[in-house]
Ligand binder design. Sequence first.
Ligand code: G6P
Length: 471
Amino acid sequence: MKLIIIANRLPLTIVQEKEEYKVIPSTGGLSTGLDSLETKMDKHWVGWPGMYIDDCKEKEVIDEQLEEQNFHPVYLSPDQIENYYEGYSNSVLWPLCHYFSNHMRYENKYWEAYKEVNSLFCEAALEIIEPGDIVWVQDYQLMLLPKMLRDRTPDISIGYFHHIPFPSYELFRGLPERAEILNGLLGADLVAFHTHNYMRHFISAVYRVLKLDCQLDEIQMDRRVVDVDAFPMGINYDMFHDALLNQEIKDNAEELRVSFGSGKLILSVDRLDYSKGIMIRLRSFEEFLENHPEYIGKVSLVMIVAPSRDNVDIYAELKNEIDMKVGAINGKYSSIDWTPVYYFYRAFGFEELAALYHIADIALVTPLRDGMNLVAKEYVATKRGEPGVLILSEMAGASIELSDAIIVNPTDIKEIESAILQALEMPAEEQLETITVMQKIISTQTVKQWAKDFIEELTGIKSKNDALQQK
Ligand code: G6P
């Protein structure tokens, strides 16, 4: 029996060293969670390796290395990347699920490519699937896959996890392919979300679009039920909490702290995305400096923006806006010995991030919409008996568990501005207390626990459905 995880991206990077290619597994949330899952099942991954490789000698070498590590690649052509990944996934579904219908760019060829690539993933998975296996489909890029798999192999367990928000019916109903997408998901035995709200929106869409018999947490199909549940995803808590025990990370953190000068540090870490509220965050910091000149020279914003989806126009435009805004703030307020905004347009690795989490006095996490947001959890976890304040958007799934943070409305510049002031003035004792309360929560609901709970529920529902079918 195998556990087969199917995700748009394989958790790895392929690096080229001179003439040779190397496959390096990455330590993303999902892969660390699954790595730590104690199970007798062999774990396999099916997904896109994140690059386009022609049929050449290197491809054979890479494929061999991938297969050795139980990674089964699905190669996408430039056309498929454009229409399935940049198109339907990231110019239709992503903006829709994040309530940015104004950013949706709809073209019929996107949908055709989405169907085509979902069936490519289906074929790739079928090559390794055997009866009794557990298949776990991840995220909005593969919403048709659960049904495709069920139609071809009835004797497997199929789970689906939606990592982003599921929008309210009023928005979802506008999608031309709403019925196909919902039917695609209902091929699974278990459809899961980060929060009860997303789950409620999904059930409401199924009820209204497909007119199926829906209960609070299950949907009645012909001779089987689909379980719907909420599993808030966590992080590898110990990895972050113990990071500072690593002397190298500690030394690096101390050096960084010195180079940033003596002012307080507000940290912000995101992928470049309009859903993250980066522009409003910058404007709030600018207003804060404007209205609180006593803090000029005494506090800096350290902003990390990881490049993402830069072939999608709206992302490229946002990058320009951010560049200009950072330039304007720094141009206006910088002095010889103080920089208001330290801006890094690149991804940071675990060690660098842990060092930054450690030295940051405040984490400013203000997405306009976010399925969960793990940065908020990572910041809290990294603190070891030291103060720190988390300012968190009420629109992030994480705000349900981290309700002891300073919770803000991410569109309200005034509110973010006063949250910054409140955080800067919060007594250390109060900071320590709140961090401890939040750590209790996130150290229990880890990513390992998340994966374990999901798999347990999935196997339970499969047995229930098998019994129903034998009746
Ligand atoms: C979000 C999505 C993931 C996606 C990630 C990075 O977290 O939920 O499915 O992999 O963003 O985006 P990318 O388009 O680079 O895969």
